[in-house]
Design a protein around this ligand. Structure first.
Ligand code: CUK
Ligand code: CUA
Ligand code: CA
Length: 632
């Protein structure tokens, strides 16, 4: 945090342009106070000036009532959710349940969420790593956020206008979706995602040997969320990224050895960065040049060694992160077991695929040595890269152009700074770094261990997401942010790039099926409070206006399958109601103008209270009703 030696600097630093004018005024005022007290003027004013300078640098402070400049979307790791933070304050704004069950919103409980979860609603766990925002022409367009689930091999899409998940797709024929990035140009047509583990095909127990095992690179159509194609690869796949021409995607492979044991995965000095030629893959799909596997109809193409669809670039060693520079020039693979990063020139890939290069390594233009355990790299848009060093517990800032010069034999130092972080960083992410707009203001480093940085909370520790100011020459650590299991990655987007709705529109597709059912039942959701019986299925339609449900009592028979539809007629921003049926495992959110529904079996005779569990009104406690269940 604040370094003591900053306070001993002779002259105060003036705030840079763009920093808060008010903070600068604060600095001047502070200096004035020091002078007025007349206490040891020279020393005091120097200290006061230094403190003021420190204060001026604290442009990460967001005061009460002020808003952040960036949205940050954090993966929730094995909590299975996505979190929304304000940056630079690092205040948590919202949680978006995705692969988990959430009792506040009813995710995994309501019919609307179960419909999104589909068959996978039988799982209540997930392992989300890589949140990425849809793009148009290489810029965040704020429409969707996509995220992987390694635990149950899924990809989810979140609508950013309402910040709810609206589609989840289970990827067939593979296990464990890990690396995920989006096509940037001309727009996000595909969500590229890597399946990590090799499995036999068919995987029906008839053959568990490695000979018939492989894994695949997958592309999901961003609009339909159907799998567009799968490409069989050699080895395995870890992380991925796409370029700024729309032609290429590139993935790391740490297990070129195809080993089952740990020692085996480290046998080769180089594994691969695998480049996928998207144009050729699309053409092959068009030509019908594919097969299918099992019951799935997804086109499966063979991209193993010798294929025209892929190229395998040898890179050291068990590489992990793969990051495209925002100028569109380079894929950078992070060496993990090698102290190096490998810089691949994207403009040489056409020649590589055309067979004009002697060696795959001819596309490598630099391989800077950075420190121990490089995992991920991010960019400031000014030609510098920032690489996390897991083993060294540092972030290394280095200059790409100078690294290339050094690779060509010039005597230049490409390392700009190494900054200690706390501790063992995985991903790092600079503001807008995955887009053409990379602005080099903030860097978030997601440290895996927090050790002594926070009050102890038992054997399980929070992680530590650290905020670093990278707007100047020097990186400055400004904030420690404890987070719960386990944000692998995050993405920072300018606040004007996200447009949210304040209340729902009545025709929102999120509850289209409730509208359809109401129509079939002759119900006007916005007006009616009625109970419809359909055999042993009972549909209870009710409205809500703070602090009242439209129905405060309804009768069903023991064993009935009851569906409660609630339409919140409130139109005032922030007046969300809830519905909780006591002792029935039923709980949900109904935000202004939203319709939510939940289905349960009324298996216990007697009186059962339901109540509003979102504080909505002074008489919120009084917002309640009774379900009367007649004994069968
Ligand atoms: S991975 Cu976790 S630190 Cu899943 Cu992107 Cu690298
Ligand atoms: Cu409605 Cu509380
Ligand atoms: Ca390896």
């Amino acid at each position: 945090m604040k370094k003591r030696d900053d306070l001993t600097k002779d002259a105060p630093e003036l705030p840079e342009s763009g920093q808060s004018r008010r903070r600068f005024m604060g600095a001047a005022a502070l200096a004035g106070v020091a002078g007025a007290t007349g206490l040891g003027a020279a020393v005091m004013s120097r200290e006061a000036f230094a403190a003021a300078a420190e204060d001026a640098r604290n442009n990460w402070v967001v005061h009460p009532g002020e808003l952040d400049e960036y949205y940050g979307f954090w993966s929730g790791g094995h909590s299975g959710e996505v979190r929304v933070l304000g940056v630079p304050s690092m205040r948590e704004l919202m949680r978006i349940p995705v692969f988990n069950v959430d009792s506040a919103t009813g995710w995994g409980i309501t019919n609307e969420s179960k419909q999104v979860l589909g068959d996978s609603s039988r799982f209540s766990n997930g392992d989300a790593h890589h949140p990425h925002i849809s793009m148009t022409d290489g810029r965040y367009d704020g429409r969707y956020l996509f995220i992987n689930d390694k635990a149950n091999t899924r990809v989810a899409r979140i609508r950013l206008d309402i910040m709810k998940c609206d589609k989840i797709t289970t990827i067939p024929n593979v296990q464990a979706i890990h690396g995920l990035r989006l096509q940037k140009v001309p727009k996000t047509k595909y969500v590229f995602c890597n399946a990590e583990y090799v499995i036999p095909h068919p995987n029906d127990g008839s053959d568990t040997s490695l000979e018939n095992s492989f894994t695949m690179f997958n592309a999901v159509d961003a609009e339909t969320m159907e799998v567009a194609f799968q490409v069989i690869v050699d080895g395995n796949l870890d992380n991925t990224d796409a370029d700024y021409t729309g032609k290429y995607a590139c993935s790391t492979c740490y297990n070129s050895e195809k080993a089952l044991d740990l020692a085996g995965t480290m046998r080769n000095d180089r594994d691969w960065a695998v480049v996928f030629n998207i144009e050729r893959i699309e053409q092959a799909v068009k030509n019908g040049d594919f097969k299918t596997l099992g019951d799935s109809k997804v086109p499966v193409l063979d991209g193993r060694a010798g294929s025209e669809l892929t190229r395998y670039i040898p890179v050291p060693k068990n590489p992990h992160g793969l990051n495209t520079s925002p100028d569109g020039k380079y894929f950078i693979a992070n060496g993990k077991l090698s102290p190096t990063c490998t810089v691949i020139a994207i403009d040489k890939l056409d020649d590589l695929f055309a067979g004009k290069l002697k060696d795959e390594r001819d596309v490598v233009v630099a391989e800077p040595e950075l420190g121990l355990g490089p995992l991920h790299t991010t960019y400031d848009g000014r030609g510098n890269a920032y690489t996390t060093l897991f083993i060294d517990s540092q972030v290394c800032k280095w200059n790409i152009a100078d690294a290339i010069k050094h690779y060509n034999g010039e005597k230049v130092d490409y390392i700009r700074q190494k900054l200690d972080v706390h501790y063992q960083p995985g991903h790092n992410h600079a503001s807008l770094t995955e887009s053409r707009d990379a602005d080099g203001k903030w860097l978030v480093v997601l440290s895996k261990f927090s050790k002594d940085r926070f009050l102890p909370v038992g054997p399980l520790h929070p992680e530590n997401d650290q905020l670093i100011d990278i707007s100047g020459e020097e990186m400055k650590l400004v904030h420690d942010g404890p987070t719960f299991a386990e944000p692998h990655d995050c993405i920072l987007v300018r606040r004007d790039q996200i447009k949210t709705q304040k209340i729902y529109t009545r025709d929102d597709p999120f509850f289209a099926s409730a509208r359809e059912q109401a129509k079939k039942d002759g119900i006007v959701l916005e007006a009616d409070n009625k109970v419809i019986r359909d055999g042993n299925k009972v549909r209870v339609y009710m409205t809500s206006v703070a602090p009242m449900y439209g129905t405060t009592e309804f009768k069903v028979k023991q064993g009935d399958e009851v569906t409660v539809f609630i339409t919140n007629l409130d139109t005032i921003e922030d007046v969300t109601h809830g519905f909780c049926m006591v002792n029935h495992g039923v709980s949900m959110e109904i935000s202004p103008q939203q319709t939510s529904s939940v289905t349960f079996v009324a298996d216990q005779p007697g009186v059962h209270w339901y109540y509003c569990n979102w504080f909505c009104h002074a008489l919120h406690m009084e917002m309640r009703g009774r379900m009367l269940v007649e004994k069968a």
